[in-house]
Each structure stands twice: as structure tokens, then as C-alpha cells.
Design a protein around this ligand. Structure first.
Ligand code: SAM
Length: 310
């Protein structure tokens, strides 16, 4: 298995964890089963971890959509089988443009599923938009899926151009466990490119942190055992280094929060329905402390900033 295959395998892992949690009712997502058919049960702390991740990311995305009155753009980098667009569309919250980018092998699989699931195709054509679909790319009105290697900013720029991206519109970029799999110089080039080219940009990043301790090492071994770990991955050491990677690449503000704090900031009524026995609470907290959310802004419209948790 090549290194890139191991990175692509992280998508199957994320999608199957999301599917398993949705199946147990942690949150509603009527689309994930179109992209990930069956899923074995996951440990309760994994389910809760994905629940907190999805709630945290959506809180920030929804604020961006509110701030921009759905007239901005969302670019999901390393989107994998993410279903956010489909769910936002159902809530009448889809932005002016929603673009997903991933390796060709992943977008080709996504394209296959879209072409072979009538419900998905019908959704795309419901607005009478012209749907252009190739073996790897899709352009359907406001929704685009394109294949590009994020380590190559030139290729990304070309693909975003094919989606009609507007550099003058407020644009929110999202990465969930993606930057960490890129060489640091490549992720730095990507982060630097955005504020240089977009008039007003937001960034939401969800990622591992504090991986140097004993629990972190066990997590890395588990990832490798599931075929989706890479030797030599350089994790950000702490929340400060997560913020600094943005502040040192042209972003004007950056905040970072540990997922333990996101978990604690969720409405208690939500969390209580999944309350596990105390021993599993501890295990969950240990796991959450190794993930974080970072959000950064560059020239946000009227000084509006995102906050967690609203
Ligand atoms: N964001 C999705 C989610 O949360 O469900 C998928 C997350 S998965 C952990 C990471 C994704 O990033 C994979 O789909 C992988 O193919 C993609 N990725 C990582 N490095 C990439 C690169 N250099 N170019 C394009 N995609 C990349």
C-alpha cells in the first residue's frame, strides 16, 4: 500500500465511523448510507467523538452561513464522502457555492455512488440545473466536486477556477483531519495561498493534537492497525502551534479549542441522552483531549468572527 493509499483509507475510516454513529441515532444524516453501505459497531467513545466533531464543525459552518446570508462559498478540502452539502441543501442553507476537493481515487468513488443512487441524482437535477459529471468531477449548479492533490496549489487553483470560484466572495475553507497528512511545507503553502488570493476568508480545521503522550501513541498505533496511519506524520504539538500555523501564514486571527471543551459546551440535553457509564466518560475525555478545532479569519466582513459554541 502506498503512502497516498494510506491517506485515502482515512476517508473510509471517517465515513464508516460517521455511518455507525448515525445508525445509532447520534445525529441525523439521511445521506451517509448512500456513500457507506454497512458499518460495524464502533466503541462508544468513538461514536461520541464523531458526534462532538460533527456538532462542532456544523456550529462554525452555520455561523458562516448566517454571517454571509448563504451568499458566500464553502470549500471542503479533503472532503472524502462528507455529506454536509446534501444536508444543508435540505435545510435551505446551502451557500452560493459548495466545493469539495479530494484525491482523484476518492472523487471517482463518490461520482460512482452519485451516478448509481437515483435519489442522489434526482436531488441534483431537482433544481433544473445543468449537471456535468465525469468519472472524477461534478458540476451541478452550486455544488461541485473536483479531483486535485492539495499538495499542489497550482492544481487546486485550476480546479477551483473550473468551479467558477469567486475570489471576492467570503469563503470558508474546511479541513477535517486533512492537513496533518500533508508534508508541513505543503500545508503551509496551502494556508498561505488562501489569504493571498481571497478577499475575505474563514478556515475551520479539525485535527489531532497532543499526540506525543502515551495515549496519543496508542491512537497512532490503532490508526496504523486500521491501515490508515502514516509513518512520519507530524502532528501539531499543542493548541498554540495550531493557531500559529495560521497566524504565520497571513491569517489575521486564529482560535483553537480542545474537543473536551467543545464537548462540555454542547447543550447538556444533547449530551445526556448518550451518557455512558463513568469509566467510558473518562476514556472519551482522554480521546477528546487529543483532538481540537481551530478557526481562523482573514479580513472577515464587518469584523464578524466565528465563535464556538453557539
Ligand atoms: N473530511 C472528510 C471527513 O471528515 O469525513 C474525510 C476525512 S479523511 C480523514 C481525510 C481526507 O483527506 C481523505 O479523503 C483524503 O483522501 C484527503 N486528503 C488528504 N491529503 C490529501 C491531498 N494531498 N489531496 C487531496 N485530498 C487529500
Amino acid at each position: 500500500m502506498s503512502e497516498d493509499d494510506a491517506v485515502r483509507a482515512t476517508n473510509d475510516d471517517a465515513a464508516s465511523c460517521k455511518r455507525a454513529a448515525v445508525q445509532l441515532g447520534y445525529w441525523k444524516d439521511p445521506y451517509i448510507n448512500y456513500f457507506m453501505r454497512a458499518s460495524e459497531r464502533k466503541a462508544p467513545e468513538i461514536n461520541r467523538g464523531f458526534y462532538v466533531r460533527v456538532r462542532g464543525v456544523h456550529s462554525l459552518l452555520k455561523q458562516f452561513l448566517e454571517i454571509t446570508k448563504c451568499q458566500g462559498q464553502i470549500v471542503n478540502l479533503g472532503a472524502g464522502f462528507d455529506t454536509t452539502y446534501w444536508n444543508l441543501k435540505d435545510e435551505n442553507l446551502a451557500p452560493k457555492s459548495f466545493i469539495e476537493v479530494d484525491f482523484q481515487g476518492i472523487t471517482a468513488q463518490k461520482m460512482y455512488y452519485i451516478q448509481h443512487r437515483k435519489h442522489l441524482l434526482d436531488k441534483l437535477t431537482a433544481d433544473q440545473v445543468d449537471v456535468q459529471i465525469s468519472s472524477t468531477d461534478l458540476h451541478a449548479g452550486q455544488y461541485h466536486i473536483v479531483a486535485a492533490d492539495l499538495r499542489n496549489v497550482g492544481e487546486l487553483k485550476k480546479k477551483l477556477g473550473e468551479c467558477g470560484v469567486d475570489f471576492n466572495l467570503p469563503t470558508c475553507f474546511l479541513t477535517e483531519c486533512v492537513l496533518v497528512y500533508m508534508p508541513p511545507e505543503a500545508s503551509e503553502a496551502l494556508l498561505r495561498w488562501i489569504p493571498e488570493h481571497f478577499k475575505s476568508a474563514f478556515f475551520v480545521n479539525y485535527e489531532q493534537v497532543n499526540m506525543g503522550d502515551r495515549f496519543g501513541k496508542v491512537m497512532i498505533d490503532n490508526l496504523r492497525a486500521r491501515g490508515c496511519g502514516l509513518p512520519g506524520v507530524q502532528y501539531c504539538q499543542n493548541l498554540e502551534s495550531q493557531k500559529q500555523r495560521f497566524l504565520s501564514t497571513g491569517w489575521t486571527s486564529a482560535d483553537a479549542i480542545n474537543m473536551v471543551d467543545v464537548y462540555r459546551s454542547l447543550p447538556q440535553s444533547d449530551v445526556q441522552s448518550f451518557n455512558p457509564p463513568p469509566i467510558l466518560v473518562d476514556l472519551g475525555i482522554e480521546l477528546f483531549s487529543h483532538y481540537c478545532m481551530v478557526w481562523a479569519c482573514c479580513r472577515p466582513p464587518l469584523g464578524l468572527d466565528l465563535v464556538i459554541y453557539k
